[in-house]
Design a protein around this ligand. Structure first.
Ligand SMILES: [Ca+2]
Ligand SMILES: [Ca+2]
Ligand SMILES: [Ca+2]
Length: 192
C-alpha cells in the first residue's frame, strides 16, 4: 500500500506526498494545474493559463503558451515558461535549491516572498560576478532570457499583500512587466 501523507504548505495549500520516482505529469485541463511529487518530475503545460508546481526533487517544468505560474519548490529545477506573460515563484521560506529559468522574457516576472538584496538601493538587483541571482534562503537562480542571452540584473517592480504574505515582484530591467503581471494572473485564485 502506497504511503500518502497530507500536510499544509506555507501558503495554506494542501500538499499530497505520494510515491517517489520520476514522473511525467500533464496538466489536467479542468483543474488548470499540475503538482509534482517528492521525486524528479517533468511537468508539461498546455496552451491555457495554468499552475505548475514541482514540489521536491529536481524537476523540469515546461509551461508552454499561456500566462502560467511556475514554482519549482525544493530541488534543482529547470523552468520554462514558454510564450505568454509568466510568473516564476520562489518561496523564500523553503530551500529552493539551484534553479534555472531558461526563457525569461520581457513580459515575465520573478516573484519572491522576501525583498532581494539591492547593494546600492537603485531598484536594480545586480547578480554580481557569479551571474546568478542569490536568494535570501541561499538558493540560486540562473536566468537565461528568451533571446538566449544571460540575464544578470532584475528591476524591482513593487509588492502585493495577499493572505498575510507579501509578494515581491521583479522583471527584466526596462520591461513593462510588473505587479499587474502577478495580480492579473490566476495565481491568487489558484492559491485560494
Ligand atoms: Ca517533484
Ligand atoms: Ca507560458
Ligand atoms: Ca527549486
Amino acid at each position: 500500500m502506497a504511503d500518502c501523507v497530507l500536510r499544509l504548505g506555507k501558503r495554506g495549500t494542501l500538499l499530497r506526498e505520494t510515491e517517489l520516482g520520476s514522473n511525467r505529469l500533464e496538466v489536467d485541463p479542468a483543474a488548470g494545474q499540475s503538482w509534482g511529487t517528492l521525486g524528479a518530475d517533468t511537468l508539461v503545460g498546455t496552451a491555457a493559463d495554468e499552475f505548475l508546481y514541482g514540489y521536491d526533487g529536481a524537476d523540469r517544468l515546461s509551461a508552454g503558451a499561456g500566462r502560467d505560474l511556475l514554482e519549482g519548490g525544493r530541488g534543482d529545477d529547470i523552468l520554462s515558461g514558454g510564450a505568454g506573460a509568466d510568473v516564476f515563484m520562489f518561496d523564500i521560506d523553503g530551500d529552493t535549491g539551484r534553479d534555472r529559468i531558461v526563457d525569461f522574457g520581457t513580459g515575465d516576472v520573478l516573484v519572491t516572498t522576501e525583498l532581494l538584496f539591492d547593494a546600492n538601493g537603485d531598484g536594480v538587483v545586480d547578480f554580481g560576478r557569479d551571474r546568478v541571482l542569490n536568494l535570501p534562503n541561499q538558493g540560486t537562480v540562473a536566468i537565461t532570457g528568451d533571446n538566449g542571452g544571460r540575464v544578470q540584473r532584475l528591476e524591482y517592480d513593487g509588492f502585493v499583500d495577499e493572505g498575510g504574505i507579501r509578494y515581491f515582484v521583479y522583471s527584466k530591467v526596462g520591461s513593462a512587466a510588473g505587479v499587474p503581471t502577478l495580480t492579473e494572473s490566476r495565481f491568487f485564485d489558484l492559491l485560494g
